[in-house]
Design a binder for this molecule. Structure first.
Ligand code: URA
Length: 272
């Protein structure tokens, strides 16, 4: 990964000291603590095995997720029966949607943004006030952080990434979307996934994770393993929502590990 990008991302996250988990210790009781800059040099010097993509097995969608999935499950996407199969039709349908109560309080729908055949699809929860006003996902503070995170691994909404949300309308007061709202929007996100055909789906936070994986398991159990989505068995990786990272700086280092993993998964795809 480009060292300058890494430094800029670490800086954006407020990480001043970077401790490599797998760094060799200089003396038995000594911890290796490096700044981001020295960590880059150290990382370049220590060859690391590339972690192979774990095998994935197929299980029915109705089966509950295992607590520690040895072989991550396949999640079957709902069939979006009556939803247009093209971008223009889909966009129009979402714009006019009145399938749940969120239509009464929205300023406008927030469809999604990015490259329509991107290898990477990022799925957030739902629009906030800024997104509701501008009609584009992730344009507020969390969006700025998301853009920096993506940039650190060579991704952006203008070049090679699509960004969408579980629900297309802002839940009032920025509350979590409710189950009926998530269900009403399900066919739209399913169709977006079908049209984009991403090589990797990254779910941000609990709502996106539970929606993508059809489960009520907490985020702590869903972040980490690689899952699969739908009949195409598209790999799904779950990480923290950037809004959560802004509130919980302690998790920033783990988010950095996740970004490296996402980068690696996309590179494996590019190479293979
Ligand atoms: N949070 C989200 O989950 N989505 C957005 O579009 C903005 C903030």
């Amino acid at each position: 990964m480009d060292p300058a990008r890494r430094r800029s991302y670490l800086k954006a996250l407020g990480i001043e000291h970077y401790v490599r988990r797998d760094a060799p210790s200089a003396a038995p009781a000594e911890r290796v603590v490096a700044t981001a800059a020295t960590a880059v040099a150290a990382e370049a010097a220590v060859p690391r095995p590339i972690e192979p993509m774990p095998p994935r097995a197929k299980i029915p969608a109705t089966q509950p997720l295992p607590v520690a999935p040895a072989a991550p499950p396949v999640i079957t996407a709902a069939t979006p029966v009556d939803v247009p199969r093209d971008w223009v039709g889909l966009r129009d349908r979402v714009r006019d949607c009145q399938h749940c109560k969120l239509c009464a309080t929205r300023t406008q729908t927030v469809f999604g943004v990015g490259v329509e055949d991107a290898p990477l699809l990022v799925v957030g929860e739902g629009p906030g006030a800024d997104e509701d006003a501008q009609g584009e996902p992730f344009v507020g503070r969390a969006g700025k952080l998301l853009d920096q995170m993506l940039l650190s691994i060579g991704r952006s909404r203008s070049k090679n990434t699509y960004i969408a949300n579980v629900v297309k309308c802002r839940p009032p007061g920025n509350r979590d979307p409710e189950a009926d709202e998530v269900e009403a929007c399900r066919p739209y996100l399913d169709r977006q996934i079908e049209l984009i055909k991403p090589k990797l789906i990254v779910g941000l936070g609990r709502t996106a994770a539970q929606r993508l994986l059809h489960t009520d398991e907490p985020l702590s159990k869903l972040r980490g393993p690689l899952f699969e989505y739908g009949p195409t068995r598209t790999p799904v990786f779950i990480t923290y929502h950037p809004a959560y990272l802004l509130r919980s700086p302690r998790e920033k280092a783990k988010s950095w590990q996740d970004l490296k993993r996402i980068h690696q998964l996309l590179q494996q795809h590019d190479a293979g």
